[in-house]
Design a binder for this molecule. Structure first.
Ligand SMILES: O=C(O)CCC(=O)C(=O)O
Length: 275
């Protein structure tokens, strides 16, 4: 097997101002986190696995708003030793831990999100609606595998909207797009919409409201995401059926009130064990 130079385990210097920005706005976009050849190498394998494992074959016009937004393939690290190396990247996990201010982070799960040519928008939502996790110390790394201009539907953020409790009960849907969009407008949160250069990686907190526009190009918008949680994260009793489904899928065997220490949730970085 060919090996790419593995910068993915080397530290990346997160500046104090990036950390301060994340803690204030609940997201940050970092530059040159991964080199082009690394993205090319892992991206080719991720795309191969998405093709192989995708189960959505309906034409766009027959799909729900959710299913038009992207092809979604989860926990690819369990399907490919190559993808596992990226998902277990110490560089990315350490950034996540430093942004959260935790001693370490565990994996919640990964997912590839491929917005097809002509794919629809991703409605406003907060991820943590779906998660049976007891604290807000969660963050998703959103890793585009190509340059992502506005026409491809890069991730958009509503800065500081993690402070808003209203709208958190809404799953991804036309209703969430409309109702959360109205709430955010009424509360004057800054709507941040920017293209991503190759190598840019954004990190957003679990309660931050975010969305993405449609992909109006003839190329797929290929993105890998890794969801991290505090290494000491505890399971909470599910508050909706999606949280129950997430417990069953992403941390089976975890116990309500206890640290989520299952084989599917390894510690990916811990300051105490860092080399
Ligand atoms: O990639 C997208 O369109 C949405 C991604 C998203 O919502 C997430 O990673 O939390």
């Amino acid at each position: 097997m060919s090996r790419t130079p593995d910068v993915i385990d080397e530290p990346y210097a997160v500046s104090d101002s990036d950390i301060a920005s994340f803690r204030d706005r609940a997201f940050v976009k970092l530059k040159r986190v991964l080199p082009d050849e690394t993205l090319g190498f892992y991206g080719a394998e991720i795309s191969r696995k998405v093709q192989e494992l995708n189960t959505m074959h309906l034409p766009m016009e027959e799909r729900s708003t959710y299913d038009r937004a992207f092809l979604q393939v989860m926990n690819l690290w369990r399907q490919s030793e190559i993808v596992k190396r990226l998902v277990f990247s110490k560089r990315l996990a350490r950034i996540a831990s430093e942004l959260l201010g935790t001693d370490g982070v565990r994996l919640y799960h990964d997912q590839a999100l491929y917005k097809e040519p002509g794919g629809g928008f991703t409605p406003w939502h907060a991820d943590q609606y779906y998660w049976p996790l007891a604290s807000a110390r969660t963050v998703t790394a959103w890793i585009p595998l190509q340059e992502t201009p506005l026409s491809m539907g890069p991730l958009e953020f509503s800065a500081r909207s993690h402070t808003l409790a209203a709208g958190r009960e809404l799953k991804i849907s036309d209703e969430s797009e409309e109702q959360i969009g109205t709430l955010l407008g009424n509360n004057d949160f800054e709507h941040v919409v920017q293209p991503f250069e190759l190598g840019d990686v954004s990190f957003h907190a679990g309660w931050l409201f975010h969305r993405a526009g449609p992909n109006t190009t003839d190329q797929p918008r290929e993105v890998m995401t890794i969801i991290y949680m505090d290494a000491d994260m505890r399971l909470k009793a599910p508050e909706n059926e999606n949280q129950q489904a997430d417990w069953d899928a992403w941390c089976p065997g975890a116990v309500v009130g206890s640290v989520i220490d299952t084989p599917l949730n390894p510690v990916l970085y811990h300051a105490g064990y860092a080399t």
